[in-house]
Structures are given as C-alpha cells and as structure tokens.
Design a protein around this ligand. Structure first.
Ligand code: ADP
Ligand code: MG
Length: 323
C-alpha cells in the first residue's frame, strides 16, 4: 500500500502549493480564526501550518492519515477508479506518503494533546504532549522518496511564488480569518481577521491600494455581490489583479472579468484591467464548481444574472464616485 499511496499522492500533491492548499482548507474546516503558514525554500524543505481550530481527537489522529479507500485498491488498474472518485479524505495520507510529517494537535477541553511523526507513510513516533489548542502540521522534504516527482518541481523561487499568490487570494477570500504568512524566515503579510475586506487589502497590497478602492454592492433575491473596485490609478496591464470569489472560494471567470471591464468602460471610459476584489454569494445549486478541484473553473446555471450582479455592483461604485 505504500506504493499505491505514493502513486495516488501524485494526484493530490502536485507541488508544494497543493500541500499548503489542502492543509489550510483543513484549518478553515476546523473553524480556525487564526492561521499561520510558514514555508522554506519554496515549500520543498518546509511547510508549517498552525491553526487555533478545534483540533483532532487523540484517538482520531492516526485514523486521519489513513487513505479511506486503501482496502479497495488491489492493483494499479484500480487506481483509475479511485482517482475518478475524487480525493475526499485523502489529503493527509497523500502528503504523509511523500514527505516527513509531524503533527501536533489538541482539543480545547483536553489537558494534553498528541504528537505524531510519519515518514514516507510510516509512523515513527506517537506520544501525548503539552501543546496549544488547535493543530500544527509540519511537512519537511517533499518528495524525498519520489525523486522522479521532485525533479519535476520548478525552482524554489517559482514554487514559492505560487504559494504566495495562493496566500494572497486566500486572505482576500477570508477577511474573517487572521493570517500570517512567513517565507524563509521573513513575514510577508499578516491580516487582522476583523472581517473588513479593505483591511485585508491594506495588509496585503499596501496603502496605495486600500486608499484607492471603491465599495461595490448589489443584491437581488438570488445573488449578492460585494467588494471593492480600484480607481483608475490602480488599473493594471493584465488581469492578475481581478479577483473573484464565489461563496468564499477563489475562481477564474471570463464572464465576471467581462462584467467588471464592461461596467468600467461604460462609466469611466478608461483603463482595461481594474483592480478588483469581488465576493459573490449565491445558492450553491446555481453554480457548478466541480470541473477539477485545482482548475478553479465554474459553470453558472444562469450566467446573465451573475453578469448583471457584478456589472451593477461595479457600476454603482463608479457612479457614486464619478458621476
Ligand atoms: P478531508 O479534509 O477530506 O476530510 P484530509 O485528509 O484533508 O481529508 O483530513 C483528514 C481528517 O483529518 C479531516 O477529516 C479532519 O477530521 C482531520 N483534520 C485534518 N486537518 C485538521 C485540522 N487542521 N484541524 C482539525 N482536524 C483536522
Ligand atoms: Mg482536507
């Protein structure tokens, strides 16, 4: 089963950024209000995620690292079936199969927590320890036992840049969570978790950005759009600064980019790619997010309604400011 874990791990753990993503999503699922992410050497040498969430019950810690479907896999051919089923409950097992992992966790009502070490999928230590409430997950030496995959990684600076990009979007997605992001010993940003999107923008992008944004808002009975749009001074030469979140998840959408740019063109008549951070809230049944978990693509049941919400939200902000 170690081999199977290693093969399947390649699908979940593509690169250091996928590890960060899985760990942070677990922290958010655990209702953490404060999450620290530290990486070294692009995440290849070290990824540490600390949260103040609910923790893992002592008797569940080892179970959390089991691949749920392991007993069903009898040959490499079956792997396809497993992959097609998706990877629920497979992240920790996959990460632990291809790195050295240390986990510390404690539930609030317990006096002590638990620490375990797993190397290449094999547990090497488990003990009761004193530790803070919540969970710390330390991953070292990604792909140390799968040199072929390690060779496929980009330079550590480019892997690090992918993680930074993900962390920025994550902090914008969750202004209600306080994030701290540390790279090679240097704190890149911290956010307060005070629920204010504008404060998150200030912490991530700086004063120039926070100062030059306008509030967007639109609501109908099926959809709500809120967030911030940059004044023309913040317009960029590309779309990297057009951020969209649906029900708290970062997504890519040409439809929404079009809505922002069309509203901008109509009302301000300048600038191609406005800085924007827009959150959309709608009934999950009206959007199909699941093309591939990492592709960030969505399909809308009713694109016209979505387009309108963004167009109106942005137009409202620009009208207030400029007309
Ligand atoms: P999934 O998130 O799909 O359930 P994972 O492999 O990512 O699968 O995690 C396995 C389990 O470990 C989770 O279901 C959860 O119970 C527990 N877990 C993982 N990370 C944390 C965390 N940071 N805080 C609390 N529980 C966690
Ligand atoms: Mg998970």
């Amino acid at each position: 089963t170690h081999t199977i874990n290693k093969i399947a791990a390649g699908e979940v753990v593509e690169r250091p950024c996928s590890v960060v993503k899985e760990l942070v999503e677990n922290s958010i699922d655990a209702k953490a209000s404060s999450i620290t992410v530290e990486i070294k050497n692009g995440g290849i040498d070290l990824i540490r995620v600390t949260d103040n969430g609910v923790g893992i019950p002592k008797d569940q810690v080892e179970v959390a690292f089991l691949r749920h479907a392991t007993s069903k896999i009898t040959s490499a051919e079956d792997l396809y079936e497993v992959i097609s089923l998706g990877f629920r409950g497979e992240a920790l097992a996959s990460i632990a199969a291809v790195s050295n992992v240390e986990l510390l966790t404690k539930e609030e009502q317990e006096l002590t927590g638990k620490r375990i070490e797993i190397s290449g999928g094999k547990m090497s230590a488990a003990e009761e320890v004193a530790c803070p409430n919540g969970t710390t997950f330390i991953m070292r030496h990604l792909f140390f036992n799968v040199p072929a995959r390690k060779a496929f990684l980009s330079s550590s600076s480019s892997e690090g840049a992918k993680i930074s990009d993900y962390m920025y979007k994550l902090a914008l997605a969750h202004p209600e969570v306080s994030f701290k992001y540390i790279q090679n010993g240097k704190t890149i940003f911290t956010t307060s978790g005070d629920h204010e999107l504008k404060h998150a923008i200030l912490n991530i992008y700086g004063k120039e950005y926070a100062r030059n944004t306008l509030e967007c808002y639109y609501k109908s009975d099926t959809i709500e759009c809120m967030g911030l749009i940059g004044k023309p001074v913040l317009n960029r030469g590309n779309r990297n600064y057009e951020h969209f979140f649906i029900n708290g998840r970062y997504i890519k959408s040409q439809l929404l980019q079009g809505a922002v740019e069309d509203a901008y063109k109509t009302l301000v008549m300048v600038g191609k790619f406005p800085f924007s951070v827009l959150h959309l809230y709608l009934d999950p049944s009206l959007v199909d997010v699941n093309v591939h978990p990492t592709k960030l693509q969505v399909r809308f049941k009713n694109p016209d309604t979505i387009y309108k919400a963004v167009y109106e939200g942005v137009s409202h902000a620009l009208r207030e400011a400029y007309l």
